[in-house]
Design a binder for this molecule. Structure first.
Ligand code: GUN
Ligand code: ZN
Length: 454
């Protein structure tokens, strides 16, 4: 995939700054394939052009190549699928080291593995080291943006942002708010949590490509006072994100309701304090009722689907039929360390099976939508990431349909784009991610030759 050729012809209209281009099969979405017949754009022999880290043009190679300025670098990715980078809308960098730790469900897992692992993030050097490994891993898996959970320690979030900013990545992260029902060593207070979050916002929100999420862990580990202050922050800083967990497991739902007896439902605990709004993403959402689903939709909030985690922890099966009836915005997440893989492709494999058990067939197109534009829309960042619309940030990947012998054999039989994508979703993992770019800069490649310039 290293061959580069010069394309000649008149410069792209309005050019300022040099362009770089990538030739291959190009895929991106413009709508949700569940609700629109024509929801994607596909160029069998396409060209993606970036300038100053943003998408400058996309289209058929034959049509676009003549408009490139002489000398423009064109990377030859023929045979690969060039698509927007994956967006993982819920992942705990602080749980990298305890991925695949056994426990009998969510609450024992938090006690025995999660809390002790998170304690180590009081040391910023540990935070920076884990953030560095974590971001390498995301790049290897083709994930260019994530909504990231740090720990209760403000230092863990500063450490994460430092590493992410140094790499020029578009990332969202937040310091966990947790002022009760947790070990003393992981406890903040309503006031200190709000103060630390506001400080993070002032330091990092909108700086380089970093953005901050207000991050109450889940209702059972926050007092009314803490959730109230989180809601105030969410009102004061309307373009920040909100992330939390809700309705993951029946024991957890019962616990939340016993702690907030006045709430109509678990989701309502967040709603009553102003934590349901655009840019609020709630992980799991398994045990919601119809009123909750309507409320999520009406508030412009979104679901972070966590299928590998839900199967691993035995939490339950997300109801796609009811979510789609309510038109709840959906996005796809790994939820590592409850989730068992950083790979969004492996996550699609479990996503498909969770949906299937509920009687829903998810198309390959829809799974790739959820992992790209679906995430961007849920985060209200669709004009910035998740597609190849002109002016979007040039965060993209090259998928190799022949990355393994089995993938090569199966994808060679594909009779349609849908079949090709479906087999990649069910058989693919990080080995299928040939290379990853962020802001048009190569982050990782499985083929060293791709790093070479000619
Ligand atoms: N609920 C509260 N905290 C967590 C967590 O760290 N992981 C998961 N999966 N659920 C949670
Ligand atoms: Zn989580």
């Amino acid at each position: 995939m290293n061959t580069t050729t010069d394309a000649s012809g008149p410069a792209l209209e309005g050019a300022s700054g040099p362009c770089e281009a990538w030739r291959g099969r190009i895929l991106y979405f413009t709508e949700d394939p569940a609700f629109h017949e024509q929801a994607h754009v596909w160029h069998e022999d396409g060209l993606l052009v970036a300038r100053n880290g943003r998408i400058a043009a996309v289209g058929d190679h034959a049509r676009l190549a003549p408009s490139l300025a002489p000398g423009t670098m064109v990377h030859d990715l023929r045979g690969k699928i060039i698509m927007p980078g994956f967006i993982d809308t819920h992942v705990h960098y602080s749980q990298t080291d305890i991925i695949a730790s056994p426990a009998a469900g969510l609450l024992p897992w938090l006690e025995s593995y999660t809390f002790p692992a998170e304690r180590r993030f009081e040391d910023p050097a540990h935070g920076r080291a884990v953030a560095s490994f974590f971001l390498d891993e995301l790049a290897r898996c083709g994930t260019t943006t994530a909504m990231v959970w740090c720990t209760v320690h403000a230092a863990s979030a500063h450490a994460f942002f430092e590493v992410s900013a140094a790499r020029g990545l578009r990332m969202v992260a937040g310091k966990v708010l947790m002022d009760r029902n947790c070990p003393e060593f992981l406890r903040d207070t309503a006031e200190s949590g709000a103060r630390d979050t506001e400080d993070l916002i002032r330091t990092w929100h909108g700086k380089s490509r970093q953005m901050v999420a207000i991050t109450p862990r889940f209702a059972p580990t926050s007092t009314d006072a803490q959730l109230g202050l989180a809601g105030e922050l969410a009102r004061a800083w309307p373009d920040t994100f909100i992330q939390s967990h809700v309705a993951e497991n029946t024991d957890e739902v019962a616990w939340a309701m016993s702690l907030f007896p006045g709430a109509r439902s678990y989701l309502d605990i967040y709603d009553r304090v102003g934590l349901l709004r655009e840019r609020a993403l709630y992980a799991h959402c398994i045990w919601l009722d119809d009123a909750d689903r309507d409320r999520l939709h009406d508030a412009g909030a979104a679901v972070a689907l966590c299928p590998t985690s839900n199967l691993f922890l035995g939490s339950g099966l997300f109801d796609f039929k009811k979510a789609d009836q309510a038109r709840t915005p959906l996005s796809l997440s790994t939820d590592v360390g409850g989730g068992t893989s950083f790979s969004m492709l492996r996550t699609m494999n479990d996503l498909y099976k969770v949906a299937r058990l509920g009687g829903t067939h998810l198309s390959g197109l829809r799974m790739f939508y959820l992992a790209t534009l679906g995430g961007a829309r849920s985060m209200r960042l669709a004009d910035t990431i998740g597609s190849f619309s002109i002016g979007s940030e040039a965060d993209f990947i090259a998928l190799d349909p022949a990355a393994t012998p089995l993938l090569a054999r199966r994808t060679a039989q594909a009779q349609s784009l849908e079949e090709l994508l479906f087999s990649l979703a069910l058989l693919g993992d990080e080995r299928a991610v040939a290379a990853t770019w962020s802001g048009a800069r190569l982050l990782q490649s499985r083929d060293d030759k791709a790093l070479a310039e000619t």
